[in-house]
Write a protein that binds this ligand. Sequence first.
Ligand code: THU
Length: 133
Amino acid sequence: MTDHKTLMKEALKAREYSYAPYSKYHVGAALLTASGKIYRGCNVENAAYSPANCAERTAVFKAVSEGEKDFKAIAIVGGLEGSGTEGAFPCGVCRQVLFEVVDENTFEVIVGKNEEEYSVYRLSELLPFGFRL
Ligand code: THU
């Protein structure tokens, strides 16, 4: 079973590819599937600003577009260029995107600085009453 520390390490690796020349805020995410596979994602910004994609959504869209359907947890790490890392809570849009594809009562959101310092939340704590059709 992949542990929280491993997922945090993967999120730190994902952050290395973050493309954030505008905000300079670099984010990495690591999404764990039920079969133990990890999909990494980073934020990808754009000169037109609004097309930017968050790290969490990059990871979710990569996984779903490869046929993955069962997710256990996501680890997220952020931080301004040149500063240390910090816990980056998923934005509201990313919470709703996760809500669509996971069981919010069991899915874990791991937010922290590194593999030693992090906290674990359930998605249901971060997005109560998410929208479902
Ligand atoms: N960002 C993420 O990647 N994930 C979040 O949950 C919050 C924000 C990115 C978007 C943008 O590229 C940068 O962080 C600053 O907002």
